[in-house]
Write a protein of this length. Structure first.
Length: 474
């Protein structure tokens, strides 16, 4: 896979020219982000970081990732409805991880009260790397599935145009024409629109629940735009706005500033720092409400690392998706080795193996958003320290995936142009809507390719490590 663009990259002048054209194309196409200096203002904005060139993706693996997405949608939806499974899977985690425990308590509380809404909207993104660790062709291995606030569907809808422009600049119009169209914005919005329609009030709005710091607003605006195009009103609110101005009526309809809310689309609420006491109260209010939640709290829990690890136990998928033999085989084929660190013999054994071979594993806490996992020497030290304490159960272990690095340029504002050895991560967006027992929408809604320099073991685009990319199928 190495060397796809070697010929084009030989001339330094050509690379510089292409990089200038690339940045202008990104601004022109709306691949935008607010600046670190002014994260909540749009007066001066910049381009979201991206690769100069598209990255090679094996077409068989690309197709495999698309083909399994509806299965993953079904699986996440099934987990979210299975109270006993979630309870069992997370039993050891909630004892030691306060964040997961608080989410879980809200989950139980809303079930006790009885759900006020029978429409469910799921927007997720299943992420993969191409593993070259074993001899033979690279294999598609799932990194994780994000069931809340899965981002960059908006900007990913616009990067292919930028990379097409770059390839043309470099004299590769033929290659440019092979870049695939990609429009997650439209797919995500059609899920939200469907949920809005099923809610059944034309005057009700869609509420994007957004963070205090909103650097990635343009990614969200792309999805918003598709909703406004359908004449669906969108409002943007933070947890603190909900705490101050949100209310429920006797039928638990949610109102914000007097406006009825049909759908709450969370782009917030996935890490402990998103919450203070008021924000937890706001979250509870939203979960109790009749608004369709994307995701509801059970679906958020279905996306925890602990659940991911429990899914890899023999027989678990069969219980969650009875009779769906082919879907199960497709899902399982993407699993890397995942290991529980629960107290007991199984956990002792794998902890010892990982301490002896730290470079073969990743140690993951129940956190999202990048930069939380531990690798190599750090993994060894931490595991050594916690191996005899219940604290270790707040982590899971995963086999480290070994992708093949390739050369590219990562374009960032105010950064010098230099080549890096890079690896990529492919995400497929899934969208589904369920009404009662009936799945009324189940789709793969587009893709996201993110690429980072190999020296960073961890971290996504928002974390400032990875950049946006476009797959070039080979
Ligand atoms: P987060 O919820 O923080 O995004 P991830 O599980 O996606 O957590 O891990 C963050 C990053 O760490 C990934 O984007 C990937 O670059 C790297 N990573 C995670 N798991 C593995 C793995 N098993 N092998 C290699 N790299 C991994
Ligand atoms: Mg991730």
């Amino acid at each position: 896979m190495a060397g796809l663009w070697d010929a084009a990259l030989r001339g330094e002048a050509a690379v510089r020219r292409a990089a200038l054209a690339a940045v202008d194309a990104a601004l022109l196409e709306g691949v935008l982000m607010r600046t670190e200096a002014e994260p909540n203002a749009s007066d001066v904005v910049s381009f979201a970081p991206f690769t100069l060139l598209p990255s090679a993706v094996p077409s068989a693996l690309f197709r495999q990732a698309y083909a399994v997405q509806q299965d993953f949608n079904l699986l996440v939806d099934a987990i979210s409805q299975d109270r006993e499974f979630l309870e069992r899977a997370l039993a050891s985690t909630v004892k030691v991880d306060d964040f997961t425990a608080r989410l879980f308590r809200i989950h139980l509380q809303v079930l006790e009260e009885g759900l006020a809404q029978s429409v469910f909207l799921g927007i997720n993104r299943s992420d993969y790397m191409f593993d070259c660790g074993a001899p033979g062709a690279p294999a598609l291995k799932q990194i994780e599935i994000n069931t809340i606030a899965a981002s960059f569907g908006g900007l990913a809808s616009r990067t292919a145009a930028v990379h097409g422009r770059v390839l043309k600049e470099l004299g590769m119009a033929e290659e440019a024409s092979r870049l695939l169209p990609n429009n997650p914005s439209e797919g995500l919005a059609s899920g939200i629109a469907k949920a809005w329609e099923l809610y059944g009030s034309r005057s009700a709005v869609v509420m994007f629940l957004v963070e205090e710091v909103q650097r990635n607003i343009f990614d969200q605006r792309c999805v918003e735009k598709e909703l406004w195009n359908r004449n669906i009103r969108v409002i943007r609110k933070r947890f603190r706005d909900v705490f101050e101005k949100g209310s429920l009526d006797e039928a638990r309809r949610l109102y914000m500033d007097g406006q009825e809310v049909a759908v709450v689309y969370y782009r917030e609420g996935y890490v402990p720092t998103n919450y203070n006491q008021q924000n937890w109260e706001a979250r509870l209010l939203l979960e109790r409400s009749r608004a369709v939640k994307c995701p509801d709290i059970a679906t958020q829990l279905a996306g925890t690392k602990k659940v991911q690890q429990e899914l890899s136990r023999p027989g678990t998928l069969e219980k969650l998706l009875p009779g769906r033999t082919e879907a199960i085989a497709r899902i399982r084929a993407t699993f890397a080795g995942l290991y529980s660190l629960d107290v007991g013999e199984e956990g002792d054994k794998i902890a010892a193996t990982a301490i002896a071979n730290p470079d073969q594993f990743v140690l993951k806490p129940q956190r999202e958003g990048g930069g939380n996992n531990l690798y190599g020497e750090e993994l060894r030290q931490v595991l050594e320290k916690i191996k005899d304490s219940p604290e270790r159960t707040s982590y899971i272990l995963m086999d480290k995936i070994q992708p093949q690095p390739t050369r590219n340029y990562l374009l960032r504002a105010h950064s010098p142009l230099k080549a890096s050895e890079c690896v990529s991560e492919l995400g497929i967006f899934g969208v589904y809507v369920r009404q009662g027992k009936e799945l009324v929408m189940n789709e793969a809604a587009g893709h996201l390719l993110r690429t980072k320099a190999v020296e960073h073991a961890d971290g996504g685009v928002a974390a400032g490590v990875a950049v946006l990319d476009t797959p070039y199928l080979v």
